[in-house]
Design a protein around this ligand. Structure first.
Ligand code: 26V
Length: 821
């Protein structure tokens, strides 16, 4: 409907049409008659990319001229999703492009569906990185994201006979229109080999690392368009390649050569994203991946710094701040020390002074199995110089500990970077805390637990270093772009400034009781439900009633997230309906989306169980007018964008203390879903914002969970005392859901009984069931529910990632925006 004015670009509908057709002809070598939707997608993206690159050049020139301090966001994962729609929205060209394509006889919606998701991440941590770089560009902050250019992102999930099958993801198979290769910035990364100790003239000990292998890092840049398209930052992803250069001298000069030589196929380093989430794998290749992208990124940063400041290192930490997204990039700390001490020949204290003013670290989980530890022997082999540096960092640190707690060896053992187990391990969390000037958790409760349970000794040693920055989500992707109907309604009511000023949504609160607005709001929800119902039909063949409650649980499959608690409750409802066909409940569709790590057997068993229970219920005419269960395969960013706008209910039911923050909880509430959840992660802060009347809280608190496990938790007590729960669990042992295969679902029951029910599903079941009843009756009160839904949207202002970034800037990064004209 409108043209957009950035300083250099002003695109009308005619301009866009012309650019698209031009790319169809001269970039794709086809024409309007032959082009399929995929070709239209490429041509449209190429047309957008022209504008994007123009703003990128201007941004980079401006940042260079102003010699700005910048944040460097180091993350092994960036879960970007699709970019075309996002870039159009951020250039305010979505409607114009839609109209342009219509005149060419093409539907923009179909074109957008051609884009493969860029799924270079597992879940929360990777998607957070994507939201953060969006906000950084929107807020005109100088920033760069650094990560890995995986050839294959997170696997594609297929469901065969109810079970998950993993298929390779190939997001670049037919070329990616957004990425630009930068061969002029290739870096070389040393690996393996040995360290030689030399003595300089002044008696200075000089260490020289003779690597056994050198690989090349090739940078690919993805432009990140801020809302309004003033600043365009970059995400720089490194691809590994074998290097022409190989230090043959090393191998020609000693008998130890064969022992030192390690052959890794250079190309495999960036081949595939590790699909684990919250479980440490300890695989050598993963450590190499981590070092590879950190080494490339640091060299890139230093090259840029030297261009402006030469060999004067004194201003490095004024210009450069590096945020470590979990411990995955923690090896960057000893790598920077190596460069400063061995290469720049700074003395240790000067180098450490710089280093420890450069890094900040975000913790994303407390689960012990997710805390990274590497065998000393593995680091020794792959990075022989780094293990020396890690020991030196530790030695000096423990001297400090000795000063603070003389003779306290228990304290030293807890704080040491090295864990003295049978197999000595390097604790990457401890290394990260010691090497950073700030450490943060991702929600209030989580940060409190980081201080009290994970790093209490560090909190005592360095009070103030541990802090909180509550997560957020970008409202551009997670409301404006994914929910156009609601966005339009909001715009009509309170104006169009909310996407970059989300707290403005609170203005909707005054209409929460307004009949007309309630009707409009719920009509939008209804339309979104109809669209999702069509998608469900298309993907699974299942028909669902759009007047039913759309109840959604979407997240990685993990026991602590308790998809199986949700399933137990569904089975309980099924029983109630079989026992009493008049059991009073509003029809409800339970919708799941979740990927399980390929090696996580119980998680896969839970997916299987959901699908088997779904089959039975959906085909049982006695109940299928009341309950339906849908498992949508291949949950990913683009599917989330279709599910979230259609949700009535958001399931956030982790065992209290286990979910660090959650961000899906924010996305769903923002789109008017009401949460049923535990007092965990950001749910607590969501409850504070929306108020107790507009959320269904159930279950044990963190303190109650702790008390119960201290006292000794025995799930059998509950099993024998709750008849319904017992019947439901026993049902899993029968062949009712898996005809002819009794026991096919028994692993689930066992995990919650003989397995000790580590996440306390049984302990929370009754409370969950009661909360569900309350939810059901609230839904049947139409005005009450409409009010709740509206207030959920209205009260989500706090959870914009712009606020998270503002917190990082103020508390940690100390950046100033740089206006790009
Ligand atoms: C661990 C590992 C271990 C090695 C293999 C690869 C891999 C990948 C990821 C992880 C841990 C991921 C931790 C994580 O994603 N935490 C989530 O972070 C979200 C953003 O802060 C937060 O909202 C979620 O609650 C938290 O679970």
């Amino acid at each position: 409907a409108q043209t957009i004015n950035t300083s250099e670009a002003s695109y009308s509908k005619a301009d866009i049409k012309q650019a698209i057709v031009r790319h169809l002809h001269s970039t794709l070598g086809t024409d309007e008659n032959k082009a399929d939707n995929h070709a239209w997608w490429k041509a449209t993206s190429a047309a957008m990319q022209e504008l994007v690159l123009e703003r990128l050049r201007t941004t980079q020139k401006t940042h260079y001229m102003n010699d700005t301090r910048a944040v460097h966001y180091f993350s092994a994962e960036f879960l970007m999703g699709r970019l075309l729609s996002n870039n159009m929205h951020n250039f305010n060209l979505f409607e114009t492009a839609d109209a342009a394509l219509k005149e060419l006889g093409v539907e923009l919606a179909d074109v957008l569906e051609e884009e493969p998701d860029m799924a270079l991440g597992n879940g929360g941590l990777g998607r957070l990185a994507a939201c953060f770089i969006d906000s950084l560009a929107t807020m005109e902050l100088p920033a760069i994201g650094y990560g890995i250019h995986y050839e294959h992102g997170l696997f594609r999930q297929e469901i065969k006979n109810g079970a998950q099958i993993e298929r390779p993801d190939s997001w670049r198979d037919y070329g990616n229109p957004w990425e630009i290769c930068r061969p002029e910035s290739i870096q070389e990364v040393p690996l393996f080999g040995y360290v030689e100790t030399k003595y300089g003239e002044n008696g200075r000990v000089q260490k020289e690392w003779h690597p056994g292998n050198i690989v090349k890092g090739v940078p690919w840049d993805i432009p990140i368009v801020g809302y309004g398209a003033k600043t365009v930052n970059v995400l720089r992803l490194w691809q590994s390649e074998s290097s022409d250069y190989f230090n043959w001298d090393v191998f020609n000069s000693g008998g130890y050569v064969d022992a030192q030589r390690e052959n890794i196929q250079a190309e495999t380093i960036s081949k595939v994203l590790y699909p684990n989430d919250e479980t440490e794998a300890g695989k050598e290749l993963r450590l190499i991946q981590q070092y590879f992208f950190c080494a490339c990124s640091l060299k890139d940063i230093i090259r840029r710094y030297k261009r402006a400041h030469g060999d004067d290192w004194s201003r490095f930490s004024e210009q450069v701040v590096i945020q470590l997204n979990d411990t995955h990039p923690a090896i960057a700390i000893p790598e920077l020390m190596r460069i400063l001490v061995d290469r720049a020949e700074l003395d240790w204290d000067t180098a450490w002074g710089i280093c420890s003013k450069t890094f900040a670290y975000t913790n994303h989980t407390l689960l012990p199995e997710a805390l990274e530890r590497w065998p000393v022997r593995m680091i020794e082999k792959i990075l022989p110089r780094h293990i020396e540096i890690i020991y030196e960092i530790n030695h000096r640190f423990l001297t400090l500990v000795e000063k603070k707690w003389p003779g306290d060896n228990v304290m030293k053992a807890k704080l040491s970077i090295i864990e003295e187990s049978t197999e000595k391990m390097v604790r990457m969390g401890n290394l990260s805390v010691i090497g950073s000037f700030a450490v943060n958790g991702v929600a209030e409760i989580h940060s409190k637990l980081v201080k009290e349970n994970l790093f209490p000794e560090f909190e005592e040693l360095w009070p103030g270093k541990l802090t909180n920055v509550t997560n957020g989500i970008t409202p551009r992707r997670w409301l404006k772009a994914c929910n156009p109907l609601l966005s339009e309604l909001i715009g009509k009511k309170i104006g169009d400034d909310w996407p970059s000023d989300l707290p403005r949504l609170d203005k909707l609160s005054e209409f929460a009781d307004n009949k007309t607005f309630q009707n409009q709001f719920m009509k939008v929800k209804q339309k979104n439900k109809e669209a999702l119902a069509a998608e469900i039909k298309h993907q699974t063949g299942i028909s669902v009633d759009t007047k039913a409650i759309f109840d959604i649980q979407i997240k990685r499959l993990h026991e602590y997230k308790r998809q199986h608690l949700n399933l137990l409750h569904i089975m309980a409802l099924y029983r109630r309906l079989l026992e009493n066909p008049d059991y009073d409940m509003h029809p409800r569709v339970f919708i799941f989306g979740a990927k399980a790590a390929p090696g996580y057997t119980l998680a896969k068993d839970i997916i299987f169980a959901i699908n088997k229970v779904a089959d039975k219920i959906n085909n049982d005419p006695r109940v299928n007018h009341k309950i339906k269960v849908v498992f949508l395969p291949n949950y990913r960013v683009s599917l989330a964008e279709k599910m979230i706008p259609a949700a009535d209910v958001s399931q956030q039911i982790s065992t209290a203390g286990k979910e660090a923050s959650g961000t899906g909880n924010m996305k769903l509430a923002l789109n008017g879903a009401v949460t049923i959840g535990t007092l965990d992660g950001a749910n607590i802060e969501i409850a504070e914002e929306v108020g107790d009347d507009n959320i269904f809280i159930f279950g044990m608190t963190v303190d109650e969970v702790t008390k119960l496990s201290t006292k000794g938790y025995n799930p059998y007590d509950i099993y024998y005392q709750n008849k319904e729960l017992k019947a439901v669990l026993d049902w899993l042992d029968s062949d009712y859901f898996t005809p002819g295969q009794p026991g096919a679902l028994s692993s689930l029951k066992n995990s919650m009984l003989s397995g000790g029910d580590p996440y306390m599903c049984l302990a929370d079941f009754e409370s969950y069931s009661e909360a569900n009843k309350a939810l059901d009756s609230a839904y049947r009160d139409k005005p009450r529910w409409a009010k709740m839904a509206i207030l959920n949207t209205a009260k989500m202002g706090k959870f914009t990632s712009d606020r998270s970034i503002a917190d990082y800037v103020e508390r940690i990064w100390k950046l100033t925006p740089c206006e790009v004209n």
